[in-house]
Design a binder for this molecule. Structure first.
Ligand code: SF4
Ligand code: SF4
Length: 320
């Protein structure tokens, strides 16, 4: 019997999600035994014309990682959606917008200026920007358009399932592949990870005091957290209360607070807002003045609360 075919594609991402597939270690052999890989630009030299020639349904599932920022990425994900019955948003960037989504704090024009004019490693006195079309020696060269904002995958195409994480962890990838092969997927639209908060599974949860009060915010860059005590109770912003579990509490076990890469559970529309609400109730302040002073001790609140999720938040992106 012919093996099912799968596709891996990457948009605006760092390549870590591709590493996550390689991190399956010997389990990748089981995957290769069970399926044929029809597209994997990071490892195999398939071209767009090959994908265009696929019959609809010929390739069972597309795992797409990365956020969507260029016109070329829009074209590719639409092509994969047209060809594949199943599309899985693979990793935080496809799921929520991810780290590339932080550029939605600024405008397209300022992003381009930073990259092409102001970066210390750039020598561009005429302040030239990439053009969509350039003529050189009679040849026309084309570049994709850099769109106005970063979008998560389901802002552009319909997505069937989400594998969360920066990157998704091998256990969840294996479980997802097995569920696809055995036809045991949950209801469409599900996030393929437990729907409970990281605090519920955290090894430090029993160290939480009954009454928690934050007197000032600390940073791991400048202080040493106690590895035996809940980060939030120590004053570090830990996104555990607003983040879905399933990663194996990787950061916590490395003595780092959670940064929220798995996104919120189904109970929260916006993880950053949920965390802000949790923090607000923990501040040791009885007046607005004290509360403002405490809030000022939190460095980079937007980048902390929305590190992986700005394009999926109620804020989404800057308009001007
Ligand atoms: S706030 Fe962070 S450290 Fe504390 S229990 Fe939750 S996940 Fe664990
Ligand atoms: S602890 Fe938080 S930031 Fe770290 S891998 Fe898990 S969900 Fe992601």
């Amino acid at each position: 019997m012919a093996k099912p075919k799968v596709a891996f594609y990457w948009c605006a991402s760092c390549g870590g999600c591709e590493e996550a597939v390689v991190d399956l270690h010997e389990d990748i052999l089981k995957v290769v035994e069970a399926v044929d890989i029809a597209l994997w630009p990071v490892a195999l030299d398939f071209k767009r014309k090959h994908v265009e020639a696929w019959k609809p349904g010929e390739v069972t599932v597309a795992f797409i990682n990365g956020a969507v920022r260029t016109s070329e990425q829009v074209e590719w994900v639409k092509l994969l959606r047209e060809k594949c019955p199943l599309v899985i948003a693979f990793g935080s960037c496809a799921h929520l917008g991810g780290i590339p989504g932080l550029s939605n704090f600024t405008t397209r024009e300022k992003s381009l200026a930073t990259k092409y004019h102001k970066s210390p490693s750039v020598d561009n006195p005429e302040e030239i920007l990439p053009k969509l079309e350039t003529e050189i020696n009679g040849y026309k060269l084309e570049l994709p358009e850099f769109l106005s904002a970063v979008r998560k995958l389901d802002d552009v195409i319909e997505v069937d399932y989400y594998l969360p994480g920066c990157p998704p962890v091998p256990d969840l990838i294996s479980q997802a592949v097995t569920a696809i092969l055995e036809g045991k997927l949950p209801d469409k639209g599900a996030v393929l990870a437990p729907d409970k908060s990281l605090c519920d599974t955290c090894p430090l949860k029993d160290s939480k005091p009954d009454i928690m009060k934050i007197e000032s915010f600390k940073r791991v860059a400048t202080t040493n957290p106690d590895p035996e005590e809940c980060f939030l109770a120590q004053g570090y912003v830990c996104m555990g209360p607003a983040t879905r579990s399933g990663c194996g509490e990787l950061c916590i076990r490395g003595n780092m607070p959670c940064r929220g890469c798995f996104g919120p559970t189904s109970e929260a529309r916006d993880g950053g807002t949920k965390m802000l609400s949790a923090i607000g109730s923990l501040l040791d302040a009885t007046t607005q003045e004290v509360s403002d002073r405490l809030a000022e001790t939190m460095v980079d609140p937007l980048g902390t609360l929305y590190r992986f999720s700005l394009p999926s938040s109620i804020l989404k992106h800057r308009l001007s």
